[in-house]
Ligand binder design. Structure first.
Ligand SMILES: [Zn+2]
Length: 365
């Protein structure tokens, strides 16, 4: 963590572990996938392994990687010009979730919100399209195809929530889980690689950029940046986010969502998030390219190592030599058992940098 955020201290209070420096304050909770980054809730792809008192606490490599490349870096450059496709959820035959009192259909709210967001994004100089501008029926596949047709750089799907528990409130932001990892919801099962996984880093930066602004600027309950393999997230070729703005099952929240002041706040927050993403895109592209080059180099070393082991071994049978074992281009995302991403060895009691050591040493196993 020292190398990720330059943190010089950490505190463990028996339940949570926090790292802080002048720029960041990050908290992880024992036995939970929940984390807190500078006041924003972020759900991890995998529960950290081990225990802090035991001195063997480890953040999953996939989460460490995403934190290091997408969540924590703050370097900003000139904003890249982006084409944004806004997707008001549902429409036509599909009402989505409904509130009875006051009467409100999700398809109406998402369209109204999308139009407000489009207005703010355009004012910020961005190019905006919508998947629908009226109450029309669109399949999920049609929405995804439009992203390709419109050459969208980012896809934002707009929704409102519903729950059996009428007390539930708040905003949540979804991005696709990395290949081989389950979604945030209890009982969610992992999937293999999907088209959307091409953009794992960009999805995370986009999701975090928007969610951190939304949760703060709208004063909503922060339900977190979550992961779920929704169709529009896994099948869209560009970075994609699905936003659940609030609960139609909660009367107070529904009344609030109907106000133009709330809708304006949301539109401003989404625009601030997209703008932050646009400014950090250059740095992320560079960091991702550098990481892929490091991975390729490590894989090449490993390939040569395997080849030399096989050359030196006495031949068992005179068959053509087998090819070296292929190594995943990006080992962090290799679809093997998640436990493979942790090292089981104990090191010194919970040093700040134990979190990062397995990442930076770069030794091959
Ligand atoms: Zn919906």
């Amino acid at each position: 963590m020292q190398q990720v955020i330059g943190a010089t201290n950490y505190t463990w209070n028996g339940d949570s572990l926090s790292f802080s420096n002048s720029q960041h304050n990050i908290r992880f909770y024992q036995g939970r996938r929940k984390a807190d980054v500078d006041g924003t809730t972020v759900w991890l792809n995998i529960q950290p392994n081990g225990s802090v008192p035991g001195g063997d606490w480890r953040l999953g490599a996939v989460d460490l990687d995403l934190f290091q490349l997408c969540v924590l870096p703050q370097a900003e450059g000139n904003p890249k010009p982006l084409r944004i496709l806004l997707d008001p959820g549902h429409g036509g035959d599909d009402n989505g979730a409904c509130s009875e009192n006051p009467p409100l259909k999700e398809k109406e709210l998402t369209l109204a919100l999308a139009k407000r967001i489009a207005g703010h994004l355009k004012k910020a100089g961005l190019h905006v399209d919508l998947t629908r501008t009226r109450d029309s029926t669109l399949t999920l596949a049609e929405r995804v195809r439009l992203a390709r047709k419109k050459k969208a750089d980012i896809f934002l799907s707009i929704h409102a929530n519903h729950a059996g528990n009428t007390e539930a409130t708040g905003v949540e932001t979804y991005v696709l889980p990395p290949s081989g990892y389950p979604g945030t919801a209890e009982g969610s099962r992992p999937r293999g690689w999907q088209i959307g996984n091409r953009n794992d880093y960009h999805n995370t930066l986009l999701g975090f950029s928007i969610h951190s602004k939304l949760a703060v600027q709208t004063n909503a309950t922060d339900r977190g940046l979550k992961r779920q393999s929704f169709f529009v997230l896994r099948e869209t070729g560009c970075p994609a986010v699905l936003l659940e703005f609030g609960f139609l099952s909660n009367r107070g929240e529904t009344l609030r969502m109907l106000t133009s002041s709330w809708q304006e706040q949301c539109a401003a927050a989404v625009t601030a998030g997209v703008t932050a993403y646009a400014k950090r895109l250059g740095a992320l592209d560079q960091a991702v390219a550098e990481k892929r080059a490091r991975d390729a180099e490590a894989n090449e070393r490993w390939r040569r190592h395997l080849a030399s082991v096989k050359t030196n071994a006495p031949p068992l049978t005179p068959v053509s030599p087998p090819l070296p074992e292929p190594v995943a281009t990006n080992p962090t995302y290799a679809a093997s058992s998640p436990s493979a991403f942790f090292r089981g060895t104990n090191t010194a009691p919970a040093e700040v940098n134990t979190l990062i050591d397995f990442y930076t040493t770069g030794t091959l196993e």
